[in-house]
Design a binder for this molecule. Sequence first.
Ligand SMILES: Cc1cc2nc3c(=O)[nH]c(=O)nc-3n(C[C@H](O)[C@H](O)[C@H](O)COP(=O)(O)OP(=O)(O)OC[C@H]3O[C@@H](n4cnc5c(N)ncnc54)[C@H](O)[C@@H]3O)c2cc1C
Length: 313
Amino acid sequence: MEETVDVALIGGGIMSSTLGAMIKLLEPTWSVQIFERLDQVAQESSNPWNNAGTGHAALCELNYTPERADGSIDTSKAVTINEQFEASREFWHHLATAGHLDRDQTFLSRTPHMTLVRGAENVDYLRRRHEALVAHPLFSDLEFSDDPAVIREWAPLLVEGRDPQEPIAATRAESGTDVDFGSLTRQLSEFLVEDGAELHLQHQVTALKQRKDGTWRIKVKDVSWNADPRPRTVNARFVFVGAGGGALPCSRSPGSPRSRATAASRSAASSSARPTPRSSRSTGRRSTARPTSAPRPCPSRTSTRASSTARAT
Ligand SMILES: Cc1cc2nc3c(=O)[nH]c(=O)nc-3n(C[C@H](O)[C@H](O)[C@H](O)COP(=O)(O)OP(=O)(O)OC[C@H]3O[C@@H](n4cnc5c(N)ncnc54)[C@H](O)[C@@H]3O)c2cc1C
């Protein structure tokens, strides 16, 4: 049987749940359905064990401060990213104040962000990066040290066992936070469901096609044990492909014009990121190390924030 909804959200991660919350606040009468192929939300990239939780505030991510040809540091992307993170925090604060998220915002905890680099060239880069960033009010608490004793105070395990002859340097931002995207996704999903959205777990979207009238036809398969193998069809005015690593296959399904439903998941943008080693997790800090090659901005084909939104015309 075919049904038509206003919005179909594909995937039960932080991206779909965030957009769903915005839609519920701005268009409370719209019907929303969420399709998640697993048996719970936030089991993939948004699970706290699968990401470093920095929230990408650009406090420690070196790829947001590339070096220009003349050796100066371009801070523009870092400033924009940090402003976007602050906007996210304001949104979460708004939701918490309105009672849609837990009022203490337990998904957000204060955790200094650190960057560690090795080798004279990288130490020099980090020093210049610090000088360029610290002048901006958003980064005014950023500290720099190339003294192993100071770095040891900040994060003992980052120094332990290192060759004392090798130059190292670190920056630390006390104002950093750890975001539990799993908890946030669950809370946002609960808010959505309480507000009338339908969450379909163990439902995998197998095809997505735009119809002549501009609406979208979505084929959804119940993948739970012993389910009816026949896919169900749902029509939607708007579709959001928040399927993380599954976004590209979704938007490439036959009949889905990529120009209108280009999937660019945040997880793709962060594919070079690695989880924080457990050693530094244990010190309660978020730290990153500079890659041996010079930092490069994310490739332009991977957008940092957007999954795809397809609008019915
Ligand atoms: C190693 C690593 C470290 C990271 N570190 C950070 C960090 O420090 N700070 C930061 O801000 N970000 C970080 N990220 C990025 C961040 O985790 C992701 O950008 C974010 O969680 C992506 O959310 P999402 O909702 O797009 O995807 P996901 O959380 O992956 O959700 C996608 C969902 O879609 C479902 N799905 C897929 N295909 C289908 C389908 N066909 N039908 C139905 N459902 C489907 C999946 O099961 C999944 O639940 C990191 C990511 C990784 C991998």
